[in-house]
Design a binder for this molecule. Sequence first.
Ligand code: ACO
Length: 316
Amino acid sequence: MNGIKIRGTGRSVPGKLVTNQDLERIVDTSGEWIASRTGIQTRRHCAGEETFSSITAEAARRALEDAGVPPDQIGACIVATVTPETLVPSAACGLQAALGLPEDIPCFDLNAACTGFLFALHTMECLLNASPRKFGLVVGAENLSRVVNWADRGTCILFGDGAGAAVVECREGWPSVSAVLGCHGNGELLRLPGPETGEPSYISMEGTKVFKFAVEAVPWCVNQVLQKTGRTVEDVDFFVFHQANARIIDLAVRKCRIPPEKYYKNIAEYGNTSAASIPLVLSELREQGKIGPGSRLLAVGFGGGLTWGGCLIEFA
Ligand code: ACO
């Protein structure tokens, strides 16, 4: 099987900034508690003309531009999300129309919660091996502010909205992303009910238990990917982690002995944006020149499902 590499990245976050102080007026919390327990200072919320669809299309457009790949070269489009604007049509079908992607390609949404972008990268690698077109569009996008319970201080302070995208290319001889993906079906710890359940469509979470799961899952995924690829921490240029809580990242990097110049946190600015969080990091690192052609990245995600995953991916 041929592997994929990233050709270009893009992102879009809504302009509406919500600070910890804004949340102090909504729930019984303090900016200091939020900052010290999570690392979050602000998050962005969709409002007015900035919608899930508009930020998703903007992120995808920027990734295509960055990659220098015209829409007619795209062989598949996947949007990882748990908050699409409509279930039918999918967000990916919306992108097909908005960007003028070819009609004879698979476009679909994928739900693996916060691990969605990595499930989508692996799926894209499989699809492009069977496609005559060699470029794929992988997007992670969320409008989580629409599905938080504004009376629950344990969750409403955590989540934000945003979209990130990557254009990938598949070529003979390139290494696979060597994905390590998994799930443990659990409807108790982290839940976003659909309409059939009769429950309110809000996120609920047993935060401390999810935290414990995450601090085990992240180092485990790092080690599994390193083992699978025969690489070491030294061989990896940058580690890209799902941004759920700064303390989860701090504990994981300590356990894996990852030096500070090899990882990045933007959770202070955006909060937890679920499937968008990994591609948002990728796009910022790319813009800041911290990663680029030839860089080798190890990405790890975890979240609702429960799901987890890791990939080793290079920049073309
Ligand atoms: N402000 C002030 N106090 C609060 C707040 C708040 N916003 N939220 C909770 N507290 C209180 C609790 O009520 C509790 O008080 P008590 O001891 O009197 O009962 C106390 O703070 C401690 O609460 P914990 O829940 O134990 O706090 P913890 O340190 O675990 O932090 C947090 C909570 C930030 C949610 C943490 O557990 C976490 O980050 N969990 C992981 C989140 C995550 O990774 N999610 C996965 C991805 S999400 C997805 O897939 C969609």
